[in-house]
Write a protein that binds this ligand. Sequence first.
Ligand code: SF4
Ligand code: SF4
Length: 472
Amino acid sequence: MSNLVHIEAKNFNDVEQLYVLPINEYFIIYSPLKAITALTDKTAVSYLYDYLIKKQENQAKKKAIDTILNALQESTRELPGEPAGNPDPYFLGLIPTRACNGACHYCDFEHVGRRNKKMSYKMAIAAIDWMASRMKQLNKKKLEVHFFGGEPLYAPDVVSVAVHYARMIADQYDLLPYFEVSTNGLVSDKITRFVTDHINAVVLSLDGPEDIQNRQRPMRNKQDSFEPAVRFARAVSESNTELYLRACISNVSVRRMPEITDWFCRTFRPSIINFENLKSNKGSRDAGLLEPDPYMFAEQFLRSLQIADKYNVTVLNSSFASEKPQFSSCPVGKDTLIVTPEGEINSCYLLPNRWEERGLDLSVGKMKAGGMHISQEKIAGLRDLVKKKPRCTSCFCKWICAGGCHVDVTYPGSPVVYDNYCRQTRILGIIDMMRKIDQPGILEVFLGDEQQLRKFSMQRSDKLTDWSNHES
Ligand code: SF4
Ligand code: SF4
């Protein structure tokens, strides 16, 4: 026992968080909590299993796996941060309006009763006041405000008031103001100038070249969205505002991801390209737009990464966007405060009926009497919620993907078996890993073997503790 490597446990059983991933004739030993990825073979895995799990003392075997044991012992990787006590918001989100000038086939944000509601200036100012004072109390340096919709720039006056007020209050509190807008870019030249003059980063939804963009993202007035969206993208790319391009990938566009990447990189030089899967609904199905095949998506994602490398552009998918272990890959569980035009304060920007259908309550407070009223109890409830995802218990993506969307993927009572999202995410995880350890040849063979790919993507447990089950 005394010879066993000490793996610092803190609140976790780190042996439980060691994963074994079969790749071709190799095996990867992966510890997300220790930031260790080791390409090894079956013998080394069996020695590791005997030593750490069966606790067998054998000096010859131990010597053979010394490098891995030492790496585990020496790594000082931080465990995921856990907010505690009063809210420590990830950012302040403002939804100036739920209305939108777009009519994307896959969007289910439409809500007739709320379409024309616009956030009052008073509400935006009260939320910013609260956030600035909270950041100061927490000794933070930044005042970070994100604008979502609908289409936030459909209420440009609210965005303008919020930005100018936040700059003023940030100056008073000695904070650095930071603004991010998620937009369709279908705006006037005047609003574009406001964005490039005042906003730090733009997340622009642009699904690809003309035929794809116009097919997937028509405008509400039946006109094509391609030209105005591209005009906006060019203006942002020529400014000091950072450009993140977000493309929703469907069955129609999945094979064209490399072409989209090349065009994005050459034309707009974005900081980030974010490829997300279309989530099908009635509107998308009626338009012939379905979710992409997860294996095809993963393969095209790799081709896109290879192209973007040449331009030094980052390509990501939200399931594998974090470098650090986390309990949640979305705003939920991170004390995020997103204020709606009606004065609700939620952790998720979806319409409440979407999460209520899943038996979830992602609200955390209300704007009342000109101020933010946050429920500490609800904040604590969401911090707790994100740690309970039975499906993820034995998956090696547990600490990075961390369960994905709490409404669409790992809602309470969701099936424990992997769905297409999981299959795709697990392969993206391998792509990410193999690129980090610079093994392109092994990765190509892995991706080219469909049978192996499918078997791997559905492997129920990746844990070293379950290694004997794999082998039987
Ligand atoms: S089981 Fe699915 S949702 Fe959970 S961590 Fe793995 S890939 Fe993500
Ligand atoms: S729960 Fe889903 S929709 Fe809501 S913020 Fe998280 S990822 Fe986004």
